[in-house]
Design a binder for this molecule. Structure first.
Ligand code: FAD
Length: 381
């Protein structure tokens, strides 16, 4: 089968890229996924969307994406409810160093037009009264941060892309990429062979392996991040509560359950997505320290998913001089859901050879050339 462009991966990144390219009039886009859409991290994520970051690049990318989420239902003409709520992110500072860093972050965010503010403990307690007052010093809050349903958001892009002529194959795994003279010739899957000169690697946790199939070395790896959901209860919490130093994010989603996660600093680099007792134990202790009332709720389900990590915790976007026609959207390091709208726009601009909406140097794979030390985004759990 001949195709103008093959996108590997139908997670939020793959469908956003497909939609944005098709909207620009690019013809002959085919998306292939070894599962169904949302098979990877997208269907396993916390689906929080926030603009409160410590680097200018992440702030700007997230701000542009939130502006899209605000109008996504209309833009994509989606019949369903995306369950988008903008009830804010409350970020707790638990040490003096964190408080001082957050003062700098809020200054940067405000300069970039993000309406975040620094709050005293008392002000934070007015927003989330059931916080343990002894567990933090101060906080920052941005009302326009929020949450939306990852399955529905992906479906909205998927349906809109299909309407624009994008075709999809599911339960079909890419197993070989045939390259000749630095040019892609064919992509072989478990079902077919595609003749194509352009590939976009949106394979999430498997981005490194897909790069290898094409002979492209991408400095990313995967690690398991676990998460759980409690039984639904009457609404008591609007914002996402998050603490980097205490290693927790926790929010009540529209159906009433609390979704929460924490990172395991000793996690191995692999494709494991299993659930562990250790996570359940530590998660319960962490959340009870900050939000004691949640200790009364029963856990309904827990699961794991891959963070695809890059060396500086910022995504890798665009092409590479390692191989003509090979593009990447990976290395999201745990925040790829909230960046997907702008990622789709940027990749479509790059493939079409247009001027990009943002300076790409900080996002290109080339930034890692001959470098071993990086400025790492610290505002992550
Ligand atoms: C527990 C957890 C919580 C998270 N919370 C948040 C959050 O609150 N906010 C946020 O913004 N982000 C969050 N993330 C990160 C976010 O989920 C990811 O960054 C984002 O979903 C990545 O989307 P993607 O489309 O790039 O990759 P994926 O969603 O992983 O999609 C990749 C797709 O590629 C397919 N694929 C892989 N290899 C092949 C192959 N060889 N052939 C064919 N198909 C292939 C897979 O089946 C998969 O469907 C979280 C992640 C986890 C695990």
């Amino acid at each position: 089968m001949k195709t103008n462009l093959l996108i590997i991966g139908a997670g939020i990144s793959g469908v956003s890229i497909a939609y944005n390219l098709a909207k620009k009039g690019f013809k002959g886009i085919h998306v292939v996924d070894k599962g169904y859409f949302t098979n990877g991290a997208t269907g396993r994520c916390g689906a929080g969307v926030r603009q409160q970051w410590a680097t200018e690049t992440n702030c700007l990318l997230a701000k542009a994406s939130i502006e899209f989420f605000e109008k996504a239902k209309e833009i994509l003409n989606y019949d369903g409810d995306l369950e988008f709520k903008q009830e804010g992110y409350l970020i707790l500072a638990t040490t003096k160093e964190e408080h001082d860093q957050f003062t700098k972050n809020v200054k940067l965010q405000n300069k970039l037009g993000i309406p975040a503010k620094q709050l005293t403990k008392e002000e934070a307690l007015k927003i989330v009264p059931h916080l343990n007052p002894d567990s933090f010093l101060s906080a920052t809050f941005c009302q326009t941060d929020g949450h939306l349903n990852p399955f529905k958001m992906t479906e909205a892009y998927y349906l809109a892309a299909k309407k624009l002529g994008v075709t999809f194959s599911f339960f079909e795994e890419v197993v070989e990429i045939i390259v000749n003279n630095n040019k892609i010739e064919k992509v072989v899957t478990t079902k077919k062979t595609y003749e194509t000169n352009r590939v976009i690697n949106a394979a999430g946790g498997y981005a490194h392996e897909v790069g290898k199939l094409a002979g492209v070395e991408i400095p990313v790896y995967s690690e398991n991040h676990e998460i759980l959901v409690t039984e639904p209860v009457e609404k008591i919490q609007g914002p996402m509560v998050i603490s980097f130093s205490k290693n927790i994010y926790c929010q009540q989603v529209p159906h009433g359950g609390f979704i929460m996660g924490r990172s395991n600093p000793d996690v191995e680099h692999n494709h494991d997505v299993e659930s562990t007792w250790d996570f359940l134990d530590k998660m319960a202790k962490t959340v009870v320290d900050i939000l004691p009332v949640i200790g009364n709720l029963r856990v309904v389900r827990q699961w794991g998913g891959s963070y695809n990590m890059s060396p500086d915790r910022q995504p890798i976007l665009g092409g590479t001089d390692q191989l003509e026609g090979f593009y990447m959207a990976c290395g999201f390091s745990g925040h790829g859901f909230m960046l997907a709208p702008i990622v789709g726009i940027l990749l479509s601009e790059i493939v079409m050879g247009e001027e990009t909406s943002f300076e790409m140097a900080e996002l290109s794979i080339d930034r890692f050339k001959d470098k071993t030390e990086f400025v790492i985004e610290k505002s992550v759990v």
